[in-house]
Design a protein around this ligand. Sequence first.
Ligand code: ACO
Length: 382
Amino acid sequence: MSDELNLGLDGVLVTESSLSHVDGETGRLIYRGYAIEDLAREASFEEVLYLLWHGELPDADALSSFEDALADERPIDDDVVETLRALAAADETPMAALRTATSMLSAYEPEHPDPEDLDASLRQGRRITAKMPTILAAYDRLRDGDEPIEPRDDLGHAANFLYMRDGEEPDEVAVETLDQALTLHADHGLNASTFTTVVVSSTLADVYNAITAGIGALAGPLHGGANQDVMDILLEIDDSDLDPREWVEEAIDEGRRIPGFGHRVYQVKDPRALILEERSAELADSTGDDRWYDYAKTIEDYLTDEVGLVEKGIAPNVDFYSGSVYYQLGMPADMYTPIFVMSRVGGWLAHALEYRENNRIIRPRARYVGETDAEFVPIDQR
Ligand code: ACO
């Protein structure tokens, strides 16, 4: 047993996986061998979920049955809606509301399989995945004082989410953009939230426990929470008297970390950021308001050319342009991380079940550095 400390488990191999691979030096990401660029441009999010969960891309018949199965599972119980109403009244964040509602879904789960039954666990995970957009869209409406809109079963995953949130059929650009963003976020190796999900699942706890824990891990600003932080800084710039270049100069002088920059694995620009940057620029062109794209691009150029962050391996990550993309789709900033969950749940489930095929409970160690011979003092003498 090695006594070498490995803070953050940096580079520690704990399992084998055929789900996704990140090459941080060349900036290449693949899901089951397929380049993320091809999947984002050519496949729907449903095809990507099928690929992650079933190991291959579906043919047309398999995809159609899979889409139907997901669409059938979209409705949520009235009690879940009432809980969301109470959470909205208490001003809970959408991320916390999604965590609470996901956990609550287990009460309405029709199957309570043996933990070793991976097919049934996959069906449970599919139900959660199908219902997450319904929960989120309902929550976003309820906190605005609007009633939830029932899901439709004739729309795709992305389109139906936008429809349930806005109450009208979304335009093609919005659907395509969201669908692509969902694909780009669906899996990313053994990142913090995926590892969390796998750790919980390795105890043979069910997928409700595992996925609820994954949401908790993704909430933090060093992980999924960074996309909201990026939009917050773009809004901060818009509100200030500074132009984006002055703002970022000042932020760096103050030693601030710029959200959306830096990644534990990538040394170069994240391939997902390259695609989202294109989408952000296209949305800016189509709306005629290029502020959000322009601010982000100016910050990126400054940090790259003047500060030399990219040379130090600190480059834009997936969150850097996703914020401005979602903002241009009309999403409030606190919905970005929950939308990330809507997608990453696909990867969480795939990894949790893949690990279960050769399960061993995950149990690392801490080096004990505390006192060893403390003398016990009874409470009345302390
Ligand atoms: N802005 C400015 N400087 C940075 C940034 C940043 N965003 N990120 C890292 N650095 C600097 C650090 O100050 C440090 O400099 P130093 O060596 O002079 O002290 C150096 O780069 C290394 O930083 P670490 O924190 O050690 O890098 P680590 O790999 O542990 O952290 C992390 C990666 C947490 C993502 C970090 O880059 C960060 O805080 N980024 C901002 C938050 C963010 O965007 N998170 C989303 C990640 S992607 C995702 O989870 C979906």
